[in-house]
Design a protein around this ligand. Structure first.
Ligand code: DI6
Ligand code: FE
Length: 441
């Protein structure tokens, strides 16, 4: 997890090719099968008594335990006693790097203020911007590490982290560096997104177009430092207009960076269609998505990123059009949207539950949304299912079936977590030992 002495590099390279055989698991592979698929194509890609062989960072074989290739001599064998194994969650929409908290603002909302009222009064996102600017990088990194550990307890193996609480070149760069550092330290895999167009910082009050000019000018520098995997914006009446977002997207496109968009969260701005026009990886939130927006996402192959944590926490009532998205064949992803203002949760199992109960997803749609479709929303095609050749990222649960993971809520933590073929030490992420036995040769 931490830096290794250079002399051990060769040993590490050899160990990286070690083989591990995980036996007697209930496997939700998500490989091949889809919800509503024909008979013989089991839901969840289910294997009742399965095994997974990993070699180095990847999966070398998956199948029924009874068909484990004869004569296999893995470096280690792990007995799972029928525990559930799912692909690791890909939490593809978070704002993980920030300081401060916004519980007082939440309290104000309970007394009647709206999210928009608070934003217009100069608080909301800007409150977190002030706290983030005032925090030094070691503090931001320490806070992000703690949050990453909580995500991993809930089975997350890849996370996307947005900036957007810096809102100056200096502070956006600091937040993105912290996210990159978290990824370098591991074990959680990190993808970064520049969300400088999140809110108007106080020094640009009344000058939104000038701020967008600045954001477009910062992108090449942030990209040159290797800090940006994708570019996002907040298209909303309390944030930036479609025309302003289009300018940010053009700047991203000129650098060859993929885009995504906070769209149709509080009102219909035509953001999803704009995102689709730029071939966005995802359009996110979408409570106010129109039929034409759905058609645009479907034809562009853009993922609909649903964020039930924010819907729940903001006590929204307008539901995203899940049935129409499903009918149009738009892949739906689920993520925590972890942030202090609209979705202060770090539990992907809770998000699965909310996706089912609030948005009407099936447990299988929720699981696919939190894994395969989350990966697709990041442009990653090497993870999100348990299949030969994919990354060996998976979580073990003391449960019998993935529907149990989405059904009961508020307490699920994985019992073991494997990222890139390496089991993550429970002491690193605070997982409880609940008595799963292991036999290592
Ligand atoms: N929509 C959200 O839900 C988050 N950002 C955004 O554009 C909220 C961010 C916050 O309130 O701090
Ligand atoms: Fe967000």
């Amino acid at each position: 997890m931490n830096q290794l002495p250079a002399a051990s590099a060769t040993l590490v390279a050899q160990a990286a090719q070690a083989t591990h055989l995980w036996r007697h698991a209930r496997l939700a592979t998500l490989a091949g099968a889809r919800a509503g698929a024909p008979a013989g194509d089991p839901a969840f890609g289910w294997i009742e008594d399965g095994a997974v062989l990993t070699r180095g960072a990847h999966i070398a074989w998956v199948g029924p335990d009874s068909e484990v290739p004869a004569g296999l001599q893995p470096d280690a064998e792990h007995e799972l006693h029928g525990a559930l194994v799912t692909p690791g969650f890909v939490d593809a929409h978070t704002h993980l790097v920030y300081a401060g908290d916004r519980a007082a603002e939440w309290e104000q909302r309970l007394l009647g203020a709206s999210y928009e009222d608070i934003a217009r009064a100069g608080a909301g996102i800007r409150h977190t911007v002030a706290a983030t600017r005032a925090a030094d990088e070691p503090t931001l990194l320490r806070l992000a590490r703690q949050r990453a550990a909580s995500l991993m307890e809930g089975g997350v193996t890849t996370v996307e982290i947005k900036s957007g609480y810096g809102l100056s070149l200096h502070d956006e760069a600091r937040c993105l560096r912290v996210a990159r550092q978290l990824g370098r330290e591991g074990p959680l895999r990190v993808q970064t997104t520049c969300l400088a167009a999140h809110a108007l910082p106080p020094e640009y009050a009344g000058r939104a177009d000038a701020y967008i000019d600045a954001v477009c000018a910062w992108l090449p520098a942030l990209h040159a430092e290797g800090l940006v995997d994708a570019v996002d914006a907040f298209c909303e009446h309390i944030a930036f207009s479609p025309a302003q977002v289009a300018r940010v997207f053009e700047a991203a496109q000129a650098l060859g960076l993929p885009v995504k968009l906070h769209a149709e969260q509080l009102s219909d701005q035509g953001g999803a269609a704009l995102a689709a026009r730029f071939g966005a990886l995802s359009a996110d939130h979408l409570e106010h998505l129109s039929d034409s927006g759905i058609a645009a996402l479907a034809s562009a192959g853009t993922v609909a990123m649903l964020l039930p944590g924010a819907f729940h926490f903001l006590r929204e009532t307008r539901l995203p059009p899940v049935a129409a998205l499903r009918a149009a064949g738009v892949p739906m992803a689920l993520a925590t949207d972890h942030n202090p203002g609209s979705s202060p949760t770090l539990s992907m199992p809770l998000i699965l539950h909310l996706g089912c109960v609030l948005f009407g997803l099936s447990p299988e749609e929720a699981l696919r949304g939190a894994t395969l479709h989350g990966a697709r929303a990041l442009g990653l095609h090497d993870r999100g299912a348990l299949a030969r050749g994919l990354r060996a990222d998976f979580a073990v649960w003391a449960l019998e079936h993935p529907r149990d993971l989405a059904c009961s809520f508020g307490h699920h933590r994985c019992t073991r977590l494997v990222i890139g073929g390496q089991e993550i030490g429970t002491q690193d992420i605070g997982m409880q030992d609940i008595g799963m036995q292991d036999t290592a040769r």
